[in-house]
Write a protein that binds this ligand. Structure first.
Ligand code: SF4
Length: 289
């Protein structure tokens, strides 16, 4: 998810966390929404209507939206409710914009995402999935569900929190092996993807790790864009509000020089496919789906 880029203010109604949600309403799966952004400009191509979904397994030390962590809370919404809100903004989407599902971690609500994106594709709306990849597994039945979701997904935004699995675990609570496997899988099937690397002084801002990340991303054939997301501290106040200790106290955002250094080591300028990319494009002539 793109929580690294900015913090979000809650715009949706809080529900009582003691109430168990109904999984279905009006024959539709309900998703748990943290907040909505109607004019997202950094969560995928063009201008996008972004639904940030509730729930995440990871506990990234730098997370700027710890209020998205908890599952089964937030505002229950059906795909029709999201679509009806989103369609009010369709005139702003042009030929690249559309709807993004982000989080929290959207893959924890995979049935909801598939239902919404299936409706989007029937209406010709571009779909973008913004994920940290943590739930990814090739085990069934999850893998088939994921492939069904990819069938109706135009582009995936994938964060690589740390290239080294042990360091990834220290940073997020989980190793990264399945996340790197996800990147390989998306490359193999020709699923267009943007990759983002969070740059955190003393943790990921390390020339050796950045070079390793660059070498990994070079093995992928589907990367339309490769971005550096500089660490910032704008969400720190949320930890105090939640009574949760913020674990990166004392770490300052990286300097412009270090951001440029990372962009150079990662060869971000080599990934320009996004400039000409349009919904429906694939990086393979005959993608497997
Ligand atoms: S993946 Fe990390 S940054 Fe994203 S919501 Fe979860 S804890 Fe926060």
């Amino acid at each position: 998810m793109s929580t690294e880029t900015r913090t979000r203010t809650r715009k949706t109604r809080k529900r009582n966390p003691r109430l168990r949600p109904l999984p279905m309403r009006d024959g539709q799966v309900e998703g748990y929404v943290h907040s909505i952004e109607t004019f997202g400009a950094v969560d995928g191509p063009g201008i996008r209507f972004v639904a940030f979904m509730q729930g995440c397994n990871m506990r990234c030390k730098f997370c700027h939206n710890p209020d998205t962590w908890k599952k089964n809370v937030g505002t229950p919404m059906t795909s029709d409710e999201i679509l009806n809100q989103a369609l009010a903004y369709k005139d702003f989407w042009g030929d690249k914009g559309g709807i993004t599902l982000s989080g929290g971690e959207i893959l924890l609500q995979i049935e909801f995402a598939t239902e919404l994106f299936t409706k989007c594709k029937k209406l010709g709306i571009s779909t973008c999935l913004d994920t940290c990849g943590q739930p990814f597994t090739r085990r069934e039945p999850w893998f088939s569900k994921f492939n069904k979701l990819l069938d109706v997904t135009d582009i995936v935004l994938l964060d690589i929190k740390h290239i080294n699995s042990e360091e990834h675990k220290k940073l997020t609570g989980y190793p990264n092996d399945n996340i790197l496997d996800l990147a390989h899988y998306l490359s193999d099937i020709g699923q267009p993807m943007w990759v983002r690397q969070v740059l955190i002084p003393t943790i990921t801002d390390n020339d050796e790790f950045l070079t390793e990340t660059s070498d990994f991303v070079k093995t992928l054939h589907n990367v339309e864009k490769f971005e550096v997301l500089p660490y910032h501290t704008m969400g720190v106040h949320k930890y105090a509000e939640m009574g949760v200790k913020y674990r990166l106290d004392g770490i300052e955002p990286p300097s412009d020089e270090r951001v440029q250094n990372a962009q150079k080591l990662l060869h971000c300028a080599d990934y320009q496919g996004y400039r000409n990319w349009k919904p429906g494009d694939s990086t393979l002539e005959n993608p497997v789906s």
